[in-house]
Design a protein around this ligand. Structure first.
Ligand code: COA
Length: 167
């Protein structure tokens, strides 16, 4: 499909991405077909203590998404709504897997909308075959010696194994 990024909106896909999973990648690929520019924004969830540094996550996502010219990766601190304004994104994209995600995401979308009334949230329903994947479960499996290759891109599998050897 031809890309006409000039007439399509820029969107922000914020998340922790610790690590990027095939579920996240599916959302990025679909958003990159719908929108002009997709900025994958690595943010801070105050309840999470990441396994990979911000910079490591950025390099991984950039490499995995290298074949999508309208996808950029950034690291941000502070509020997602403020970063969206900085990069002139008109919407936040989030993936939806389950009913539990829906409750959490609706609350976050409503809070973000209270903070910035011009910013929309767009939900992309995950592919059914990827709906059981989460970054935390991937990390649990890898720490216990399991095979995570069905759940993450090959580069992430490799980086997870390397990280375990180093740590
Ligand atoms: N397929 C598979 N897994 C998916 C998925 C999909 N389509 N979509 C989400 N997930 C998983 C992730 O792997 C992750 O799993 P984990 O909880 O085991 O780590 C989980 O669902 C959601 O994580 P993620 O998408 O990384 O989002 P998050 O909830 O950790 O991140 C931020 C939230 C960073 C976007 C949010 O905290 C934020 O905006 N922070 C900035 C500060 C701010 O503005 N706060 C106010 C918010 S109202």
């Amino acid at each position: 499909m031809k890309h006409d990024s000039a007439s399509k909106p820029t969107v922000l896909y914020p998340g922790t991405f610790d690590p990027l999973t095939l579920g996240h990648l599916d959302v990025i690929e679909r958003a990159s077909r719908l929108f002009g520019i997709v900025i994958v924004a690595i943010g801070k969830n105050s309840g999470k203590d990441p396994f990979f540094s911000d910079e490591e996550r950025k390099l991984i996502i950039e490499e995995v998404c290298a074949d999508m010219p309208n996808v950029r990766v950034e690291i941000f601190g502070g509020l997602a709504v403020e970063f969206a304004e900085t990069v002139q994104a008109s919407a936040l994209v989030r993936g939806l897997r389950t009913e539990a995600d829906f409750m959490y995401e609706m609350q976050m979308a409503m809070m973000n909308r209270s903070l910035d009334q011009h910013l929309e949230s767009v939900f992309v329903p995950t592919r059914q075959d990827l709906s059981h994947i989460s970054s935390s479960l991937v990390k649990d499996i890898v720490k216990l010696g399991g095979d995570v290759s069905p759940f993450v891109p090959p580069l992430v599998s490799k980086k997870l194994s390397e990280k375990l050897i180093i740590d």
